[in-house]
Design a protein around this ligand. Sequence first.
Ligand code: ARG
Length: 245
Amino acid sequence: ACGSSQSSSSGEGDGAGETEKKEKLRVVTDAAYAPFEYMDKGEIVGFDVDFVEAVAKEAGYEVEIVNVGWDPIFVEIKDEIADFAVSAITINDDRKQTYDFTSPYFLSTNKILVPEGSDIESAEDLKDKVVAVQAGTTGQEAVDELLGKNSSNIKKFENNNLAIMELTSGGADAVVADNTVVEEYVKNNPDQKLVVIEDADSFAAEYYGLMFPKGSELKADFDEAINTVLDNGKYAEIYTEWFGS
Ligand code: ARG
């Protein structure tokens, strides 16, 4: 905010009319990934939303979280249109070449979602199946590796809800996505008779981070604030609210 004007060319209301308030940061997300970020009665809600609001408050910034969709997140951060992104984004070497990440705030791994009674029991079993994924995610990467990048059995969707719809409508045999997301989906949609395969070793551990433009001067403030909310009980409070103890 103060003094650093490396972004905010978005035209999004950045504090016009507010008196002696810091500029609102533009934070982009793909709000189709419950329980991390999703739309509820026209509002973006989720664990990530509460987390970012707590961290921003600690760091002394106001944030406006904007639902732009998954691919546009990367464009906006690369072009420094948005200040940072929160979207259950996995920190990995590939992304680190183009973006800066905070320290990790959530542990995740990919898991396989299938209809009850499916003969798929492990990642190996996906090799001759049709698999739906959200394009450009680590889930897609994992499936690319198993089935071959150019396999026509990989169906790629703009968001994860569309991938799950492909599964429930019979157009795919499985979905691969972040464990918390598919587990939450099964829990909230018992009528759809889906299950998550407990195949612990197939996919690597991943960590989510907040994603900033390379060289962003804001990131240090957020790293410090993340440490604080991890230490002072605020993170635990938000975690319990969303996931129980
Ligand atoms: N963690 C995975 C990744 O970074 C999936 C994240 C998808 N997030 C979302 N809001 N759709 O590739």
